[in-house]
Write a new protein. Structure first.
Length: 650
């Protein structure tokens, strides 16, 4: 899994652009980053597999401090202090990196003392000093990796214990002194080294490595060729290739922005070649890549955090997310196909498309590694170790082909890429830990959920609408992971207490938070795709929002009917899947003004057909039957009109 921040390949998940590591002519920096990254990766493998290398097997909290120190240092060496003036204040970076290594390293060496002697409540002066230095560095790290808005959020809630005693009503909380707040955040286990960092250390690093290995061994090329062989020659084929290719790549990388930059330069020009406008082609790529956050088996970082918050295995999240993710891609395929049908767009000539069997034969290393990943993840339930096994299998299998084997140059690129990705995740999630800690230590999180439930009067629809709007707004200024963590603390408990399915409630927050990727004015995925296509960003964003419209509806459906997240009997699940497919077809037909076997439809028919699809989505028999009746009526009327036109022409 690679993360998302910038418009260069495989960077952290964020809302800014242009902060790619400045390493072009900085040999010393590259060497240091690779050395630190290798040290951190080896430490993670040592901890995960209990190797006890050189007799080194640190305690849990010490291990987290070491990782924070190593990858914060990498973040300072790879992310500029200012994206507008990247070379400004560069002389500070080495000093900040050393400070991160020293402060976090000292705390790691005293990990046992922190636990046994209760330093969270009463620490010696040196511990207070190191904790103070580290908390300042964490704030600078989250600013560089996540942007100013995320920094302000971390500061606002991180300092909440200082003034919680002065807040009114349910916002009142336990007050801490300044040094008490610093100790709680740095030496306690619910803030900087809380759940977000624990998830990175135990789960995410392995999947980051897997995603980087996939790119380094040219796995992305194989999956795009596979999609081309299957769909490239069909009506509007290049758009379908973009949807399918980005869906497969996203399922293995979990990254939105790097997905666009990997597949976009291939898919967007080919879409334009067969007649798709630039803005439409970019919108298709943006939506298809946004699905990377949803698509199992490797979803975005937020899915691992979700599993930890819910106290379930990651495989449970994977199972729950499968049907909604597939529905999203089915909706995209429907729309690009209908668009092509309405405008008479063709596919690419078969002579230009690769043959399926040779493609499959050449891609056996990636299919084998994917099978290993799924087997270890779902079958053996070894979630944390599955990406390591799959990565080793991929490296060994690709070594038989000189075009895909890991050369020295590719190994360096792989190490740099992995180091930068993990560094940005650590910088963001250590800062988000301050938000978690501030709300947790003061007790405000629980009080907020209780008050929200009370004010809503048990009206789940009202809470869901409020949650959707809040998630969407926060998603504009935060990373999807940060938005989810914030609302999983404040909103999700209220939804669960109101009687909604826990996994569905958390997925609801995730889905709405990620909508900012394709919705103006932020629309980071659409803007990135527009840069590749040379189209207008706002026009691209509006079309991306229209293509992603099913995503606005699906979360409400699976919250009220958990059959879509595989909760229920098989007959219930199959019934709901079938009805949802029909509903998505109807809604997309209304958007694209085209019904299969009928052809073009007018404005009134479009509105009626889409409304019929919405009625079918409502999990009640009467509304579903009413929606089906509307669809039949529209089809019959338009078939009759078509015959009259044909007769008139004759």
């Amino acid at each position: 899994m690679v993360s998302e921040k910038t418009t260069d390949a495989a960077l952290p998940e964020g809302q800014g652009a242009g902060a790619r590591p400045i390493l072009a002519d900085q040999t010393a920096r590259r060497v240091i980053v690779m050395g630190l990254g290798a040290l951190g990766i080896v430490m993670a493998i040592n901890q995960q597999f209990l190797l006890n290398l050189f007799g080194f097997q640190p305690l849990g909290n010490a291990y987290l401090y070491y990782l924070i120190g190593i990858f914060l240092a990498v973040a300072f060496l790879t992310l500029p202090a200012s994206t507008l003036h990247p070379r400004r204040l560069r002389w500070l970076d080495p000093g900040l990196a050393v400070a991160a290594l020293v402060s976090a390293g000292w705390l790691g060496l005293h990990g046992l003392d922190i636990i046994q002697k209760g330093w969270e409540y009463d620490a010696p002066p040196m511990a207070d000093l190191m904790a103070s230095v580290l908390i300042v560095l964490v704030l600078e790290g989250v600013r560089r990796a996540g942007g100013t808005i995320l920094l302000v959020t971390a500061l606002l809630f991180g300092t909440y214990p200082l003034y919680a005693d002065y807040m009114p009503g349910f916002l009142w909380g336990t007050e801490y002194s300044l040094i008490g707040t610093v100790r709680a955040h740095v030496l306690g286990v619910e803030s900087i080294i809380g759940i977000p960092m624990q998830v990175v250390a135990e789960l995410v690093i392995g999947f980051v490595i897997f995603g980087s290995v996939l790119v380094a061994t040219k796995g992305s090329d194989f999956f795009m060729e596979l999609a081309s062989a299957l769909l490239g020659h069909s009506r509007g084929g290049p758009a379908k290739v973009a949807v399918m290719g980005s869906g497969i790549l996203g399922s293995l990388s979990g990254s939105v922005i790097s997905n666009i930059l990997t597949s976009g330069p291939f898919s967007i020009p080919t879409m334009r070649r067969v007649g798709y406008p630039a803005h439409y082609a970019a919108a298709v790529e943006a939506c298809a890549s946004t699905g990377a956050t949803l698509m199992p088996p490797v979803m975005g970082t937020v899915a691992f955090v979700m599993a930890s918050f819910l106290g379930v295995q990651y495989s449970s999240i994977v199972v729950a997310a499968v049907i909604p993710a597939l529905m999203f891609y089915v909706a995209l395929l429907f729309q690009v196909d209908m668009y092509a049908a309405r405008r008479g767009l063709k596919g690419l000539p078969r002579s230009e498309m690769p043959a399926l069997w040779p493609v499959l034969k050449s891609g056996w290393p990636y299919l084998l590694s994917l099978a290993v990943l799924i087997f270890v993840l779902m079958g053996l339930r070894m979630e944390a170790r599955s990406p390591y096994y799959a990565s080793v299998v991929m490296l060994v299998a690709t070594a038989f082909n000189k075009d895909t084997r890991l050369t020295l140059a590719r190994a360096k690129a792989l190490l740099l890429d992995t180091s930068a990705n993990v560094a940005n995740l650590v910088a963001v999630l250590a800062g988000i830990g301050l938000v978690v800690g501030g709300l947790s230590y003061t007790g405000v999180a629980g009080a907020f959920s209780r008050e929200l439930l009370l004010y809503a009067g048990g009206n789940t629809a009202l809470m869901l609408i409020a949650g959707a709007v809040t998630s969407f707004v926060l998603g504009m200024g935060m990373t999807v992971t940060a938005c989810y963590i914030f609302l999983s603390i404040l909103l999700a408990p209220a939804l669960v207490q109101a009687g909604l399915n826990p996994i569905a409630s958390h997925l609801f927050i995730l889905y709405w938070g990620m909508l900012s990727y394709i919705t103006p004015p932020v629309a980071l995925a659409a803007i990135t795709a527009a840069n590749v296509a040379g189209s207008k960003p706002m026009q691209t964003g509006l079309h991306a929002m229209r293509l992603g419209m099913p995503l606005f509806v699906l979360p409400f459906i699976f919250v009220y009917d958990p059959a879509l997240i595989m909760e229920g009997t098989w007959p219930q699940i199959l019934e709901r899947v079938a009805l949802t497919l029909v509903a998505i077809w109807a809604i997309t037909s209304g958007f694209e003004a085209w019904i299969y076997k009928v052809g073009r439809i007018g404005v009134l028919s479009r509105i009626a057909f889409a409304l019929g699809g919405v009625l079918i989505l409502v999990p009640e028999l009467t509304t579903s039957l009413g929606g089906a009746g509307v669809l039949v009526a529209v089809i019959v009327v338009n078939l009759g009109l078509g015959r009259r036109r044909s007769a008139a022409k004759a």
